[in-house]
Design a protein around this ligand. Structure first.
Ligand code: CTP
Ligand code: MG
Length: 380
């Protein structure tokens, strides 16, 4: 299933009243747009990310997108609706099954919202996240006089990402060309699509004016995350295995796709766990040719980029190898140095332990190696 994320960043942010467009304003150390790019990049179901930008912002955009694997941006138009249509046109080449259309000015979106939209799309062609209205709503006569209190029981404030079957929303946007509808659900409704509401998130605000930055999620220095990882590979005939990227002579080799580096696989899972980004199988599917014979080191490095992109800093990694053979001790310092290099951490923040299982179980029978890892990440 091909799922594209279309991220809108071509607006001028007039209501924000700053010299630079609001999506490039720095929030928690990173441009507002980068928050969404990081989250969608880290989501295992998203296969393509297409951004829509303003031609004047190329340099700002390049800075915000540094390090991510994104399609080249396309330029947007006068209105948000024009920008979405232009983005959908560029996606038409690869014709995704689903598209998630997201305001680059909503930096606090999380996996919960994205997952609820994707789940909704399993049974309906258009889904929006929305929250119920808490304030009492008044209608005025246009001159400051209240004429009516509006029943709010069925009113919702819509958010993004709004999710659609790609071909349906593509068609709907072509039909609605020239209007100025402020969200894609309105475009979908005009084309007669039924649109389902799923639970949004009150933190998922769109930054419109400076005051909206006060909503910023509090995730100061105390936001420490921990992840754990576990992996096993069985022995096969051979004379060498790779652990933490170090080749170790052994009277067996390890079975498995890529270099079967059980240690680096456990570390990758621990890091993904710490940032809430699923597991190694979702990010690097074994049946996809792209990952087929990649060295495991690549998985760790790519995951480190995700951690950084999400504003995280790895504070330490602890790894345990469980096996009767090979004897790890002689290679331990070499492996620590290599792992620290791959993680770009000082060696003092990496620890490698080894144990046998006293002859018990599959490791005791010398059938393979197990590895467990813990990673700690401080979110900035
Ligand atoms: N957007 C866009 N192209 C436009 C207008 C808006 O891609 N021509 C994007 C914005 O960059 C933003 C999202 O659509 O991520 C929501 O729009 P809005 O909050 O209105 O942003 P701006 O149009 O930039 O702000 P303003 O209306 O205050 O000028
Ligand atoms: Mg606008």
């Amino acid at each position: 299933m091909k799922i594209a994320a279309l991220i809108l960043a071509a607006g001028r942010g007039q209501r924000f009243e700053e010299d630079l467009p609001k999506q490039y304003y720095i929030l928690e150390g990173r441009p507002i747009l980068r928050h969404s790019l990081a989250l969608f990049s880290a989501h295992p179901a998203v296969t393509t990310i297409q951004t829509v930008i303003h031609p004047d912002d190329r340099t700002l955009y390049n800075e915000s997108a540094r390090g991510f694997d994104l399609s080249s941006p396309v330029f947007g138009g006068e209105t948000r609706q024009d920008s979405v249509r232009m983005g959908l046109e560029s996606l038409a080449r690869e014709n995704p099954d689903l598209v998630l259309i997201h305001d680059g000015a909503r930096p606090f979106v999380d996996f919960g919202v994205i997952d609820r939209v994707l789940t909704g799309l399993e049974s309906t062609p258009a889904v929006i996240p929305a929250i119920s209205i808490r304030d009492t709503i008044k209608r005025s006569d246009g001159n400051g006089q209240v004429v009516e209190t509006v029943d709010r029981s069925n009113l919702y404030a819509s958010q993004t990402p709004q999710g659609f079957e790609f071909s349906r929303i593509f068609e709907a946007h072509h039909q609605a060309r020239g209007e100025n509808l402020t969200d894609d659900a309105a475009v979908a409704r005009k084309a007669g699509l039924s649109v389902r509401i799923v639970k949004g998130d009150s933190a998922n605000v769109k930054i419109t004016s400076k005051a909206d930055l006060l909503y910023k999620k509090s995730r100061g220095g105390g936001d420490i995350r921990t992840g754990s990882g576990f992996d096993v590979h069985g022995f096969k005939e051979g004379d060498q295995i790779s652990l933490c990227g170090v080749d170790i002579p052994c009277d067996s080799a390890l079975r498995g796709h890529s270099d079967a580096d059980v240690a680096l696989h456990a570390v990758t899972d621990a890091l993904l766990g710490a940032i809430g980004a699923g597991d190694i199988g979702a990010h690097f599917p074994a049946d996809e040719i792209e990952w087929k014979d990649r060295e495991s080191e690549y998985f760790v490095r790519h995951t480190c980029t995700l951690v950084q992109a999400m504003g995280g800093e790895i504070t330490n990694v602890d790894l345990s190898l469980i096996c009767e053979k090979p004897k790890i001790n002689a290679y331990r310092s070499h492996m620590s140095a290599r792992l620290a290099e791959i993680l770009d951490l000082p060696v003092s923040r990496v620890n490698i332990k080894a144990t046998t299982t006293e002859g018990l179980g599959f490791t005791g029978r010398r059938e393979g190696i197990a590895a467990t890892a813990t990673a700690t990440v401080r979110m900035g």
